[in-house]
Design a protein around this ligand. Sequence first.
Ligand code: GLU
Length: 496
Amino acid sequence: MDMTWFEEMERRIPTGEVRTRFAPSPTGYMHVGNLRTALYTWLIARHSGGKFILRIEDTDQGRLVEGATDVIYATLRKCGLTWDEGPDLGGPVGPYIQTERRALYGKYAQLLVEKGGAYHCFCDKERLESLHGENGIGGYDGHCRHLTREEINEKLSRGVPYVIRQRIPDSGSTTFHDAVFGDITVENETLDDQVLIKSDGLPTYNFANVIDDHLMGITHVVRGSEYLSSAPKYNLLYQAFGWEVPTYIHCSPVMRDQHNKMSKRHGDPSYEDLLAMGFLSEAVVNYVALLGWSPKGEESEREFFTLDELSHSFDIGGISKSPAIFDREKLKYFNAKYLRSMDADAFCAAAEPYLRQAVRNPAIDWKLIAPLVQPRCDTFEDIAPQVDFFDALPDYSTELYVHKKMKTNLENSLEALQQVLPVLEQLEPWTYDSIHDALIGLAERLELKNGRIMWPVRTALSGKAVTPGGAVELCQILGKDETLRRIQTGMEKLAQ
Ligand code: GLU
């Protein structure tokens, strides 16, 4: 073996800085759990001024989804999780896509075979299935562990297909340390000789993650706790190569309820789904940060953090062992707070698609509606039901005109509208202030409380008991013609 090549690879590894990586498989969407992993990974890097690396784990060719890598880029960007090295940016330890690293894994597997940590296995799929009824990844009888070098070379020269398996020690135990779960020890006899290189020459995740994390100089590995049971095998690989083990940070799952993990297949929303449901990315990120992590000390009660604030406050010690339950109502609470604190222009821009969808009449300026709904929605999905009346006056009951506190009833509402109609007919120009002054002026002249005029007008214009905005705003937005038409309709209804 040409050891200088391996030595050169070692020399390339950056040292002296915190280096973390997010290593998604390109599935086409981002699970809430994955987003949390990405976020914690990013926060650990940013907190210590280190590097955040993006690596695409696409060796499971059966799971590939067209365009999925772009979804990963777009999602991370939208969340503000900027990366320092990755497939698109390059970097000192590329390539950053596993299928482009394929030649490398074979070399390291060969090195491991030489070091005694792995071996060629020629048992075909059929034989393994007959033994264990499995696909050959798990149960395996160890037959090939004891082949001689000659037997191996002979099979290789005949082109017999093979996989490369990890040689787990027969006895003893393996201990690893996790920053969240502490020390965990397992008996080696409970670990299987897992496949490292598949018969198609591609590595399994279990092998590739160790090689890549080492060669990329990763100091902290953040991932889901489903990988906890494999960690001893990874440690044995690091040991067999003589490499330093990174800090492990395994995160408990994000749950839908007490018993079930969140799962896209069972209808739980992904990050993209949440945005489509009208949640703001910033609110989702803030909420997700707290699903399994909590601030300490003075900040222990604090809920609202920008990404930048999180990167100062985040510490690994605050990550919880217990699974977190994703609570959509709680997310709504975060979202409402974020929506309300947006500046008016930003809200208007973000709400535009929802307003345009809900208000299609081109005569109506949806931009005027935005400030009315901003304080009244928890998510963007709350917009449409509140503004439906702008396009078409619903058929409503005259009971809506009756309001105790406003002291309105059917008769005095009709009288009010009869007074209002000529005032508004003559009104020029049609502005918020002119409408306001005209209606208030009318109430004064008639010596009535404002509500006696405003309530019937708002009811006639909306046909609803609750609206964003009052009578004056509705007049302004609907425009003069439509306002007069709706007041007449109200008078007709009340006259019946
Ligand atoms: N590709 C793996 C996944 O998406 C990454 C696990 C890890 O971060 O090591 O689950």
